[in-house]
Design a binder for this molecule. Structure first.
Ligand SMILES: Cc1ncc(COP(=O)(O)O)c(C=O)c1O
Length: 244
């Protein structure tokens, strides 16, 4: 096993991967989308190396401006991409429902594997969900939720830009459920997170999201699950803490 200077385990150099898992429509946590050329390169690589791509598209519904980005599986003419979607973000992760769209040649193998591992999705919510989709309500729900989340996102960007510019800057991207606030180097994200915890604020340090030393220093801030009023209370408390 190879370990780098920060203690992270490095991938074995000699082994060729058989599967890559990608989130091409939205990278977590910084939020970029993979370029069409890079997607094609992956598809060609998978085809040449008899490998597979798992396209994990779990939060692609939340794109707040511009045109929707087509799924990689949609233009993979070489059939190397297994598309995985989830209802966890659109509804709730307590539903435990998702779906796989796989090349025909893999369907029997995936069925057998899921059977062997005993993975079972609850039957109860599937019929109402299917009716919800067929009736068109699903798309109305999606539009409604997207609008609410976008308003919350704009509120958070605005507040951070107006009131926190002394401590860092916002990296906004019109997709997903989180945004990044980069801290100035006079502050350290892990230390601020510890101080924030003492006053009841849970902050996710950006520096803990990387295995390599990339000098990231900031916070990953989720904006979907909180009303503007709730965010306002926490931001005021955080401003007081940072100003001390
Ligand atoms: C990378 C990634 N894929 C998929 C999901 C959705 O997982 P599940 O459908 O099991 O809730 C998540 C949830 O946060 C995630 O972070």
């Amino acid at each position: 096993m190879d370990i780098d200077k920060n203690g992270a385990v490095l991938p074995e150099k000699k082994t060729k991967p058989r599967v890559v898992v990608l989130t091409p429509s939205h990278q977590y946590p910084l939020g970029g989308a993979m370029s069409p050329q890079r997607r094609l390169d992956y598809i060609h690589w998978a085809n040449t190396n008899h490998a597979w791509i798992i396209e994990d598209d779990y939060d692609s519904e939340f794109r707040y401006s511009g045109r929707p980005i087509p799924a990689m599986a949609g233009f993979d003419k070489l059939n190397r991409t297994i598309y995985v979607g989830s209802f966890s973000k659109i509804f709730s992760n307590t539903l435990r429902l998702g779906y796989i769209i796989a090349p025909n040649s893999l369907v029997a193998l995936i069925r057998r594997t899921m059977n062997d591992y005993g993975l079972k999705a609850g039957l109860m919510p599937q019929q109402p969900l299917s009716e919800f989709i067929d009736s068109g309500e699903f798309y109305r729900h999606l539009r409604r939720v997207r609008k609410i989340y976008n308003e919350r996102r704009k509120f958070l960007v605005n507040e951070l830009s107006k009131k926190f510019s002394h401590f860092g800057h916002v990296q906004d991207h019109p997709a997903g459920m989180q945004l990044i606030f980069h801290l100035n180097n006079t502050l350290k994200d892990t230390e601020v997170a510890l101080r924030a915890k003492e006053v009841g604020i849970a902050l996710e340090p950006l520096s803990e999201s990387t295995m390599r030393n990339l000098d990231y220093n900031g916070f990953i801030l989720g904006f979907c699950g909180y009303t503007e009023g709730e965010m306002d209370i926490v931001l005021k408390r955080l401003l007081t803490l940072l100003s001390r």
